[in-house]
Ligand binder design. Structure first.
Ligand code: PLP
Length: 405
């Protein structure tokens, strides 16, 4: 009797038959990574395994269960392992750790480097909850945190201390979209043996592959583009060479694990990710260019636009851009802004992004800064361009901007 048959999934290193042909394009990888039909009665998609207890058929198997790939639900099931494999293939990772949200992917990565006296460097435009986790969790634990100007580049060397234990990056920064010079920062970190981690949510791991640039951890909110349908909370920590085993154990000690239905949905989303990303990219550039010419708009913050200060870095390091960008409206009071926003037909107002639908919200980046100023001279906005026809979105926006009066 083989009760423990779900162990028969091949290990993460099994890359499929195309290995001999060289490394496939990411589009191909997204269709094939993590699938093992032979282990699942031929089903194209890995089934949803609901499991806490895993049974071992013999006392000897129980005694050696530490060697079993599937040994307890919290450590992972074939469903969550399939998602880990797919994210690892996408990000070029040694292995991936899943978390119940993007916020927890950030916090776990920070915590795994924390100890009293450790020093973290965090970009001043980091995702708000990353800053809050530093201020409200890390600092009370005795970690010292320096927020740095995201444009610092190689100048980060001057902020290093003897006990700098982690350099955080985000590309581009949340809400304001400045592009960091990743290779310059990584070179400084590597020279001192300091680990680096990046929030790679904006590019979805599809348009930027930071592990290939020497970053040690690439963190994503799987909630956004990996899932792509605004119906799952998910986080991923893709780990560079030599980094996975410890992070996996750390997450297990913290009790971080992910339900199989959520893992299944994120994996399902990844299968169509390349088509979605290419469409988000094209449509967002079209709308960003259109906004740039509008009299109501002071400035558009989109690194794929030649006018953007981060354009040269984006062109060097990225293969495309996602659907999220910012712009500054000329000064506008709240009632006039409400007239514009409340009448929009296709743009929703709400947190998160990365789904198939468009979103637009006003933001207040100045409230999330301590090392730099944000005074753009108008109202900062954040737009997510979904998969609707760009012409419909532009018509909706044109009518909205007219309502600003
Ligand atoms: C949304 C987001 C996160 C957090 O993801 P959740 O799944 O919402 O916790 C992390 N980083 C960035 C850049 C994000 O936009």
């Amino acid at each position: 009797m083989t009760l423990n048959t779900i162990e028969t999934s091949p290990p993460a290193s099994a890359d499929g038959p195309s290995e001999a042909l060289g490394s496939p394009d990411l589009k191909t990888t997204l269709c094939h990574a993590g699938r093992h039909p032979e282990a699942h009665s031929g089903a194209v998609n890995v089934p949803v395994y609901h499991a806490s207890t895993i049974l071992f058929p013999t006392l000897q198997a129980l005694d050696t269960k530490a060697e079993a790939r599937v040994r307890y639900g919290r450590r992972g099931t074939p469903t969550t392992y399939a998602l880990e494999e797919a994210v690892s293939a996408l990000e070029g990772a040694e292995g991936t750790v899943l978390t119940p949200s993007g916020a927890m992917a950030i916090t776990l990565t920070l915590l795994s480097h924390a100890r009293p006296g450790a020093h973290f460097l965090i970009p001043d435009n980091a995702y708000g909850p990353c800053r809050h986790a530093c201020n409200e969790i890390m600092i009370p634990m005795g970690v010292e945190v320096t927020f740095y100007d995201p444009a610092i580049g190689a100048g980060i060397a001057e902020l290093l201390r003897d006990d700098t234990a982690l350099i955080w990056l985000e590309a581009p920064g949340s809400q304001t979209f400045e592009m960091p010079d990743i290779p310059a920062i990584v070179a400084v970190a590597k020279a001192k043996g300091i680990p680096t981690a990046i929030d790679n949510t904006w590019a979805g791991g599809y348009f930027l592959r930071p592990l290939a640039m020497g970053v040690d951890f690439s963190v994503q909110a799987g909630t956004k583009y990996l899932c792509g349908h605004s119906d799952v909370m998910s986080g991923t920590i893709a780990c560079g060479p030599g980094r996975h085993a410890r992070m996996k154990d750390f997450a297990a000690r913290m009790g971080a694990c992910v339900g199989p239905d959520d893992a299944y949905l994120v994996l399902r989303g990844m299968r169509t990710m390349s088509v979605r990303m290419e469409q988000h990219y094209r449509a967002a550039v079209e709308i960003a260019e259109w906004l740039e010419d509008r009299p109501e708009v002071l400035r558009v913050m989109h690194p794929a636009l030649p006018s953007d200060p981060g354009h040269a870095i984006w062109k060097r390091d990225f293969t495309g851009a996602s659907g999220l960008f910012g712009f500054i409206l000329k000064p506008v009071d709240r009632p006039r802004l409400a007239r514009m926003m409340d009448g929009l037909r296709f743009f929703g107002m709400g947190a998160s992004w990365g789904g198939f639908e468009s979103l637009l919200i006003p933001t207040n980046p100045a409230a999330l800064r301590s090392a730099t100023n944000w005074a753009p001279g108008g109202q900062t906005m954040r737009m997510h361009v979904g998969l609707e026809a760009p012409g419909d979105l532009i018509a909706d926006l044109a009518a909205g901007l007219e309502r600003l009066g």
